[in-house]
Design a protein around this ligand. Structure first.
Ligand SMILES: CC(C)(COP(=O)(O)OP(=O)(O)OC[C@H]1O[C@@H](n2cnc3c(N)ncnc32)[C@H](O)[C@@H]1OP(=O)(O)O)[C@@H](O)C(=O)NCCC(=O)NCCS
Length: 174
């Protein structure tokens, strides 16, 4: 394995779309039943760049094997008090899970978050996604809320688990 974590570029979008859409049809990891289109993904990526939010991929040679990013936890343009808190997402290609790629991606994302003065990172996880809950526990995240029936997919209610990690380092009061 020749793993590298770097900033996502437009040429990575189709591969990251496949990784994401793979989960839509068969799992409750993401709460939508409609696959994302490439145009929607391009628009999302452009917005990530405009806002200065990090969007990272893990590549093994020419292959994209995972990605992670963060954005607002709650709308920090309208409620600037939330600007030191971000919500992230992370996906590793299904045939490459449990090989340490997720951990490497999160370490880089956390380092970017610190550099950008993010104080708290939040993960919003479907309560059935025990793999992700264990993964985040290993990375120092703790469950802070469990919100029953806040989601709906495949004809049933879903519970949201919120996990957070307060990142080290002081922020300058402004
Ligand atoms: C969650 C996810 C990102 C983890 O990525 P990964 O590359 O498989 O994780 P790693 O190999 O880096 O695992 C790091 C540690 O997390 C824990 N962990 C990871 N997957 C686990 C699983 N399926 N069951 C239990 N613990 C797990 C383990 O402690 C693991 O360390 P170990 O293998 O030395 O025991 C990956 O499973 C994934 O993409 N899942 C589908 C999408 C998803 O659920 N995303 C998160 C949405 S909130």
């Amino acid at each position: 394995m020749n793993l590298e974590v770097r900033d996502m570029v437009p040429a990575d979008l189709p591969a990251t779309l496949d990784i994401y859409n793979d989960l839509i049809e068969s799992t409750t990891v993401a709460w939508t039943e409609r696959p994302q289109t490439l145009d929607e993904r391009r628009a999302w990526f452009a917005e990530q760049r405009r806002r200065g939010f990090p969007t990272l991929v893990a590549v093994d040679g020419p292959e994209v094997v995972g990605m992670t990013s963060y954005g607002d936890f709650r709308d920090s343009v309208h409620w600037p008090g939330y600007r030191f808190t971000a919500e992230h997402s992370i996906h590793v290609r299904d045939d490459r899970r449990r090989g340490g790629i997720g951990r490497v991606l999160m370490h880089e994302l956390i380092s970017r978050a610190r550099r950008n003065d993010i104080h708290v990172l939040v993960a919003g996880i479907d309560s059935d996604n025990i793999e992700s809950i264990r993964f985040h526990e290993q990375l120092g995240f703790a469950e802070v809320a469990r919100m029953p029936e806040t989601g709906h997919k495949f004809g049933r209610w879903l519970d949201l688990v919120l996990m957070q990690r307060i990142l080290d380092g002081e922020i300058e009061a402004s």
